[in-house]
Design a protein around this ligand. Structure first.
Ligand SMILES: NC(=O)c1ncn([C@@H]2O[C@H](COP(=O)(O)O)[C@@H](O)[C@H]2O)c1NC=O
Length: 190
């Protein structure tokens, strides 16, 4: 099954995978204050505005994961002390779904050491929920949050677990854990 991009978040851990039919030549890079998805050096040029963005970034005591430019303003709201639910709802609603050929939803998660929130804005709905167990939401097909069996306990294992998941067209993955410190990791395949 092809679900496009997806996030999995639970208390203390969050992960994100890029799956892509149209833009497979992409990778995650570590840019000090964020993990960024972008084209590989050999990728064909494109003017699509939705394929390069920060996918993992700290905000306040939390880490934000997501599939587009919403990650930055959500993190900035958290830096200002907004409650995670409100930061997710406000920014997802403000930016809304992507205006591409698929009306691709924006998805995001906020991870704290003992709490987590997940959100999606689709053409027909805005959903923001607190979650107590690892929970998945994807851009296509799996676009309502549902429990996900995440075995990983480290960021490196979470990135690898999402990359290896059976959903089709894996491109790259990133993850973070939130405890006494934040750890991040990514995996771009072999
Ligand atoms: N975040 C991403 O990495 C991303 N990659 C592709 N998209 C959008 O989704 C559309 C469909 O892409 P695909 O066929 O790869 O699923 C693209 O035209 C683009 O507008 C993205 N936007 C949201 O998921």
């Amino acid at each position: 099954m092809y679900v496009g991009r997806f996030v999995v978040v639970g208390p203390g851990i969050g992960a994100y995978r890029v799956s892509s039919r149209s833009f497979p030549n992409r990778q995650v890079v570590d840019r000090d204050d964020a993990l960024t998805v972008g084209p590989t050096p050999d990728a064909p040029e494109t003017d699509n505005p939705y394929i390069a963005y920060n996918c993992v970034r700290e905000g306040g005591d939390y880490v934000v994961v997501g599939n587009g430019s919403q990650v930055d303003p959500i993190a900035e709201k958290l830096d200002l002390g907004y409650p995670p639910r409100d930061a997710l709802a406000e920014i997802l609603l403000a930016l809304d779904y992507e205006k591409d050929d698929y009306d691709t939803p924006r998805i995001a998660g906020v991870v704290g050491d003992d709490e987590a929130f997940i959100g999606i804005v689709r053409k027909d709905a805005l959903v923001v929920e607190a979650v107590s167990e690892p929970t998945l939401v994807a851009t296509y097909e799996e676009d309502d949050p549902r429990a996900f069996d995440l075995d990983a306990e480290t960021a490196a294992d979470a990135a690898r677990e999402l990359y290896d998941h059976e959903f089709e067209h894996a491109v790259c993955a990133a993850a973070a854990t939130v405890g006494d410190a934040v750890e991040t990791a990514f995996y771009n395949g072999e």
